[in-house]
Design a protein around this ligand. Sequence first.
Ligand code: ADP
Length: 459
Amino acid sequence: MFTLKISIKVGLWFSLCILLIEIVSMTFLHRNLVHTRIHQEFDSLLARGNSHSGVLEINSDSHSLSHIGLMGSQSDAHVVVTDTTGEILITSNKIDRSIKDILDKPISKSNLLRNGKIIQDDWKNEQYIATVTAFNKNGKISGYVYMFKNTDDVQKLISQLNKHIFIASILILLTILFFIFFLSKALTKPLITMKEATKKLSIGDFSVTLPKPSNDELGELSLSIQTLANDLNYLKQERNEFLASISHELRTPLTYINGYADIARRKNLDEKDRVQYLDIIQEESQRVSSLLKELFDLTKLDQNTFSINKEQVNLNNFIRSIYERVLPAYKNKGIQLVLDCPSNILIDIDPIRFEQVLINLLDNSLKYSNETGTTLIKGVKQNGEVQITVKDQGIGIPSEDLPHIFDRLYRVDKSRSRATGGFGLGLAIVNQLVVAHGGEIKVKSQFGKGTCFTIVINQ
Ligand code: ADP
């Protein structure tokens, strides 16, 4: 289907509105000008008729009459003076058919005629417009002064006015159209830029740079598109880095597996060595499967395809059962594990998912602590919030790494993590699970001194 460009559409709408406004205002102006002009003509005709009749009231002898006749013949208006019976006393010009018709019309003898009266006002169709003024003698009407003006002059005047208004309208219209052309282009330019930007986004090109947005709705839209493009770009980079890290993570164990499988296949190999190599292969394949399991968990968390089945649990009992499970490992490493939680705190959580959260944090405390020190698990309830803290006196996290430790596959010390079996996914999972519970997790750490994770859940 034929689609109009937005700039043309905007331009057309503007032009239509301007055209309507112009037609209405020009019609109004034309009517007013014509009205005023015609009234001026009538007023001037009446004024002249009244003035002649004033003269005749003072002196109506033949000299005055011929003087009035002469004045009429020198001006653009005809003068006819009659007596009360209609007898023509003087005329400035030849009396034609149209003048005669008007003269023959009966007129009211009212005194008002002394101020003059319009007796022919149809300037459009008749040849003359006309007025009549009575003049008195001894308190009685003694005659009439008729004034005639040819409507050709008026019509010529009006047609000239029409021509001027027409030319002015066309000039105004052309000027406005010229401005509308640039205005609609300027107005729609940001929209077109945004359309092109979104087109680029839709084909996966996120390197979109929109001009600095203006301070209006279009500016807000442009800013939103720019933010979206930046986010998508960031996500794309993050995904690429994530995929690169995963392939790197998988490559190391698979290289081991491949290499040791080759050696273990050798015929002349000592049985003890073969078992050792097979153990390594098993260990590495377990590593791969635990990486895949953690990745799978994260994917499920990402897609929200897991459900949180909350139930009310007693926090002390809940933490204690976990405490007892991890205690042997802590004892084994010589680290003290302390539990501090009042027995009356109730909390709405999914116990299976939340257990994963605490186990991950406690595992980390154990992994990243040297053979001394204490780890504290504390639960408190204050101001409607339940806070669960896991605080250790381990190796700590350098401040520059702190903002990233909840990122996927982020590890502070890769070699140490590898030795402890970490992939840098544990805290990412913990964070997702806490957020899914409607809570948040914060971390404080001092490198070389210890780390403290605090989970805050509104209850
Ligand atoms: P990993 O499986 O490598 O432990 P995590 O996501 O659990 O991955 O942790 C990310 C990184 O944060 C770890 O590699 C480690 O460097 C650091 N970290 C996590 N917990 C602690 C802690 N309690 N003490 C010191 N460093 C920690």
